[in-house]
Design a protein around this ligand. Structure first.
Ligand SMILES: Nc1ncnc2c1ncn2[C@@H]1O[C@H](COP(=O)(O)OP(=O)(O)O)[C@@H](O)[C@H]1O
Ligand SMILES: [Mg+2]
Length: 95
């Protein structure tokens, strides 16, 4: 079970995520739908502590995620990066 309660995060004084709460039961699925820049990635990154929220809490298996060491938490939670490369992919030139 993953529970997010009242998550807030802003960057440079501009809110990216405001008051997001949800519960995902074990084996359940949740889809975040929203326009580009609406805060989906920021929300996900707060679940495994790639980003710490300015306010609000995340609980994983009943425990606040701040009580886990981040690397231990992340080993128990899969995460697929949207941008996974160190360098942008450059299309091969036609010869
Ligand atoms: N590291 C960051 N520094 C500054 N602004 C950021 C950062 N990450 C995200 N933002 C801003 O937060 C907002 C939400 O972004 P994001 O969570 O990536 O949205 P989505 O994944 O829904 O496209 C956007 O306005 C984006 O520019
Ligand atoms: Mg995104």
């Amino acid at each position: 079970m993953i529970e997010a309660s009242q998550l807030y995060k802003s960057f440079d004084g501009r809110p990216a995520v405001q008051g997001v709460s949800f519960q995902v039961p074990e084996g359940g699925r949740l889809m975040l739908l929203g326009t580009s820049g609406s805060g989906k990635t920021t929300t996900l990154r707060m679940l495994n502590r790639l980003i710490d929220p300015d306010a609000g809490h995340v609980r994983f298996q009943g425990k606040d995620t701040t009580s886990f060491r981040p690397e231990i938490l992340r080993r128990q939670m899969g995460y697929v990066m949207q941008q996974y490369g160190l360098f942008p992919i450059i299309p091969s030139r036609k010869t």
